[in-house]
Design a binder for this molecule. Structure first.
Ligand SMILES: Cc1cc2nc3c(=O)[nH]c(=O)nc-3n(C[C@H](O)[C@H](O)[C@H](O)COP(=O)(O)OP(=O)(O)OC[C@H]3O[C@@H](n4cnc5c(N)ncnc54)[C@H](O)[C@@H]3O)c2cc1C
Length: 367
């Protein structure tokens, strides 16, 4: 079994560490801060039933595999750690966001769906507090949600139980190489040697990989969230209009998200962002005007300019793997991403399951 160092303790890095440790590998995970405090903590926890029919085939397959793994992964984590990540198949209602509604519907042709047209009564049954001005939507009954903070707590605790070495407050600063092999990762507290290295450092991965000569196209995109607290859960399904959404938690909290802002590594909320989210939330569910705004926050999504994540071996470095660039779907895609990285580490002789997702210079989509 190889010794593996995972760089980045977000949901992607922690799930990879968990799956590798389950298979008996010796794993260390290091993070420059506390574990799971960046994009993975900030996310809304939506798990779509699959990817858009317009996405590359590999991304569609990854998404289907990830959705299929969530119930079992959640049960495993609960059994191992006692922490419930609140995974729930809550369904989703998608409202028209673009001029061509038929095109939006067609994106979801590959997953279970029902089109609801001019039928506020049916919509009211699915989401009683929805504004009556909405009568048309697409219902995706197998969409799901998970609550990010307990999921990250469960993953960290599970890794610890399985003997993973957890190294918080330890920043990776570069790599030592011998030919086509990485021998050590250089960190703020000394070098760490291993047989294999996995970079899962989210929006920070591009800078970290520069020292290896790998040019990644991943950059931060800020997303803001406004959280309301209601007396009780005001509706069950996720409510989505293009990139905006409301996510209801079982305890009455409702997350309103989110913005997409190219502002570098500036991680803070803005009055404009908050105002837009507030207006959006009340327009969709008017009773939220009476709810308390409990918390606001923002996070930096790892956006890949090529439009889909990097999952696979780094070009020219045999024992360095990359798993990042999941943008708005890193939480939902983390279970299948982790299984693919585990396979690549433990069965290096086999080919990729998701060839389109290989880091840039290997990817057929880029030629
Ligand atoms: C507002 C918002 C809403 C979202 N909603 C959803 C959603 O509903 N569903 C969904 O699937 N996704 C959602 N996302 C996207 C999702 O959160 C991200 O795609 C996912 O969290 C990325 O995980 P990650 O582990 O790659 O990155 P991160 O969580 O950012 O983790 C990377 C880790 O690497 C560490 N690190 C960085 N550099 C170094 C270094 N040099 N050395 C050591 N450690 C380092 C960081 O400290 C960090 O902990 C949302 C994101 C945001 C911001």
């Amino acid at each position: 079994m190889p010794d593996v160092v995972v760089i980045g303790g977000g949901v992607v890095g922690l799930t990879i560490a968990y799956e590798l440790a389950q298979s008996g590998a010796q794993v260390s995970v290091l993070d420059r801060t506390e574990f799971g405090r960046e994009a993975s903590w900030a996310g809304a926890g939506m798990i779509p039933p699959g990817a858009s029919a317009h996405a590359p085939q590999s991304l569609q397959s990854l998404s289907i595999a990830a959705r299929a793994r969530w119930p079992q992964l959640s049960a495993e984590l609960r059994e191992l750690t006692g922490v419930d990540n609140e995974f729930a198949e809550c369904g989703s209602l998608l409202f028209p966001a673009r001029e061509n509604w038929d095109e939006e519907i067609a994106e979801w042709s590959g997953v279970p769906h029902t089109v609801i047209t001019d039928d506020p009564v049916t919509l009211k049954e699915l989401a009683p507090t929805l504004s009556p001005k909405h009568g048309t939507a697409l219902h995706l009954p197998t969409a799901a949600q998970v609550r990010n903070p307990p999921h990250l707590r469960a993953l960290t605790a599970a890794c610890e139980k399985l003997g993973v070495t957890i190294l918080p407050n330890r920043e990776a600063t570069g790599f030592r190489q011998a030919g086509s092999q990485v021998t050590e990762v250089e960190t703020s507290d000394g070098n760490v040697a291993a047989d294999c290295f996995v970079v899962a450092a989210g929006a920070w991965s591009t800078d970290l990989l520069k020292s290896t000569g790998v040019e990644l196209d991943v950059e931060p995109v800020r997303g803001q969230i406004r959280m309301f607290k209601c007396e009780q859960q005001p509706f069950i399904p996720l409510l989505e209009v293009g990139p905006r959404y409301l996510v209801p938690r079982a305890d009455g909290r409702v997350l309103a998200g989110s913005t997409e802002e190219w502002v570098g590594f500036e991680k803070h909320t803005t009055p404009k962002g908050m105002e837009e989210l507030h207006k959006f939330a009340i327009d969709l569910v008017p009773c939220l005007a009476e709810a308390t705004v409990e918390l606001t926050w923002s996070g930096l999504r790892p956006y890949s300019r090529r439009g889909f994540p990097h999952v696979g071996r780094a070009p020219n470095l045999e024992n360095l793997l990359i798993a990042t660039g999941h943008f708005r779907a890193g939480l939902s895609l983390s279970p299948a991403t982790a299984l693919e990285v585990r396979r690549m580490v433990l069965e290096p002789e086999t080919g990729p399951t998701y060839p389109d997702l290989l880091p840039e210079s290997n990817s057929p989509s880029n030629h």
